[in-house]
Design a protein around this ligand. Structure first.
Ligand SMILES: NC(=O)c1ccc[n+]([C@@H]2O[C@H](COP(=O)([O-])OP(=O)(O)OC[C@H]3O[C@@H](n4cnc5c(N)ncnc54)[C@H](O)[C@@H]3O)[C@@H](O)[C@H]2O)c1
Length: 270
């Protein structure tokens, strides 16, 4: 059901790779709620992904941009404001990649060039997105910027490797830039800490299926799906959450504040 809560709002959605992507589901829901946007992804992902299908369904233009390139980001923001016919009200940063994870490097044998790449793509790019948006004066007052994160920023998950550090950086940037953008333009900045979700990025973590099941058993509501996450993102882009900023918001079915569950006890007692 649509409530038109984003009627007249304009934005940019980063990170839709295929129909499982959190950004993909978000784009469909933002469209349904009356928002208009441009879609973007790394040029290399465009060749692998199916973003054209999504663009058609959402009547959205695609502007390729590597989120680590200030030049690409400047073009993206400039063109988006032109195409959409005004400044922006929302931005979704739904980006993550670690060469060390992808190539299964043990945490005690990381490649540091790759580590820096992980930090740049998955953490620092969030700062770059906001710095470019500020310098270009692309955001409307009371706009909303959201990035996706994972609880491995606070607690150790061995296979999450250097992505844990990247997410810690990302969450810290949300607080620091949230302060700055709030003062400057009343723009709010938050991260959503999402349950394990079956996507390309998720499945890239080894042992993913096990910790997906574990989190599901450890959450009174079960794991939050990508669709649920999309709805939550819509609420953060809407005017109903105007005073929420600089927060790391847990979207995890209760996982982060649960000690143990009956379901897990039953499983372990077998
Ligand atoms: N899947 C999970 O279990 C899970 C859990 C919590 C948080 N998250 C986070 O959600 C976000 C979205 O991931 P997803 O699960 O939808 O997977 P996904 O693989 O569909 O999305 C990740 C996206 O990042 C893009 N990307 C990678 N490098 C880029 C670059 N240099 N420039 C621009 N884009 C780039 C990819 O092309 C892809 O579209 C990520 O931040 C991820 O860490 C995922």
């Amino acid at each position: 059901m649509s409530y038109n809560v984003l009627k007249g709002k304009r934005g940019i959605i980063f990170g839709a790779l295929d129909e499982n992507s959190i950004a993909w589901k978000t784009a469909l829901k933002v469209k349904e709620e009356g928002g208009s946007f441009t879609l973007t992804n790394a040029p290399i992902a465009m060749r692998m992904g199916k973003i054209n299908e999504l663009a058609k369904a959402c009547n959205a233009e695609i502007i390729p941009a590597d989120a680590t390139s200030e030049q690409d980001l400047t073009t993206l923001f400039t063109k988006s404001v032109e195409i959409l016919g005004g400044k922006l009200d929302f931005v979704l940063h739904s980006i993550g990649m670690s060469p060390n994870v992808r190539k299964d490097r043990p945490y005690g044998d990381l490649n540091y060039e790759w580590f820096l790449k992980t930090l740049d793509i998955s953490g620092l790019s969030f700062h770059k997105v906001m710095q470019v948006a500020e310098k270009n004066d692309s955001m409307n007052e009371w706009g909303s910027i959201v990035a996706l994160t994972y609880i491995a920023a606070q607690r150790t998950y061995p296979d999450y490797s250097d992505m844990a550090q990247a997410k810690a950086v990302l969450e810290s940037i949300a607080r620091s830039y949230g302060y700055r953008f709030g003062k400057l333009k009343k723009v709010r900045v938050n991260t959503i800490s999402q349950s394990p979700t079956k996507t390309t990025a998720g499945a890239g973590i080894s042992g993913f299926d096990v910790f997906y099941d574990y989190a599901n058993l450890m959450s009174p509501l079960g794991n939050a799906s990508a669709d649920d996450c999309a709805s939550y993102i819509v609420s953060l882009f809407s005017d109903f959450t105007r005073m929420v900023t600089m927060q790391n918001l847990m979207h995890d079915g209760g996982f982060s504040t649960t000690g143990i569950t009956d379901d897990l006890i039953a499983r372990l007692s077998k």
